[in-house]
Design a protein. Structure first.
Length: 274
């Protein structure tokens, strides 16, 4: 394979459109579905940094100048971060493989004010499959007829692995309640993918089947939301304090008389304050 640096090659979904398809996207990234039949190779292609979830695992041989390269086995259900760069992949196993990957743009999107993670409100429904400083790959499982508690997200990308219907109650903050006047009923089916906006909501599994979602979401930087909430809560006090301190400062010293220290010279120049 020709030696290429990250960003110099063709994206997977353009090089091998039969094997790689963009199934949804938002400002933060593209969710790509990849299926590679046993014994087949894709075309050489390039990736941005991507976070992968293995739907159907197997063994691949990766032709690349950099790691990861060589024969690798990826078990079903694994989630992993892959570095940017070009490569070519051959499925050297006996079964077809199927992967999901979010190729990131570098844009993380806004953080909701007073963020409350579903990982903390409903740890029995939500779990982290992989995480680094900026992103996590999560899994949500919810039994039919149940619902979670008010929580918030950044913009995220969702893949439905199981389920038939969700009802989403949007809200303004963590005190919101699920109501019937403002709701969004979403019919889903396995294989469906969709972007979800930032903000608060409650999710109910209003279908007949248990639901399983895989989602990719930039992490909320807790120190940013803490700083913002402090500023919002105490801005009047902070302004009063600053005004008081400024008013207590001594007055400016009198400007020196320039004529006395820089008298008019023979060329007619005088000093002046700029
Ligand atoms: Fe690839
Ligand atoms: Fe949610």
């Amino acid at each position: 394979m020709a030696k290429l640096k990250p960003g110099q090659g063709i994206p997977s979904y353009e090089a091998s459109p039969d094997e790689y398809k963009v199934i949804c996207e938002n400002m933060t990234g593209k969710l790509v579905h990849m299926r590679l039949k046993a014994g087949e190779s894709d075309k050489p292609h390039d990736h941005a940094t991507h976070y992968m979830y293995v739907l159907k695992g197997g063994t691949v041989d990766i032709d690349s100048e950099t790691e990861p390269k060589g024969v690798k086995t990826l078990p079903s259900g694994a989630a992993v971060k892959m570095p940017p760069g070009p490569h070519q992949v051959t499925n050297v196993g006996k079964e077809d493989i199927e992967m999901l990957m979010v190729e990131v743009t570098g844009e993380l999107g806004p953080s909701p004010e007073g963020h409350v993670s579903p990982l903390s409100t409903d740890p029995k429904c939500y779990e982290v499959m992989f995480e680094d400083e900026d992103w996590f790959v999560g899994k949500m499982t919810m039994k039919a007829g149940t619902q979670d508690h008010a929580h918030s997200h950044r913009h995220h990308l969702i893949y439905a692995a199981a389920g038939d219907q969700l009802t989403i109650y949007p809200g303004e903050d963590a005190n919101m309640q699920a109501g019937s006047d403002k709701k969004l009923v979403v019919d889903i089916k396995p294989g469906m993918a969709f972007p979800a906006p930032d903000g608060f909501h409650i999710v109910a599994n209003s279908g007949k089947q248990d639901c399983k979602l895989i989602f990719w979401e930039p992490k909320v930087k807790q120190y940013v939301t803490l700083f913002r909430s402090i500023v919002r809560k105490y801005w009047f006090g902070a302004c009063t304090l600053i005004f008081t301190l400024v008013s207590l400062l001594p007055p400016n010293p009198a400007k020196p008389d320039l004529q006395s220290i820089w008298p008019e010279n023979g060329l007619g120049m005088t000093g002046s304050w700029i």
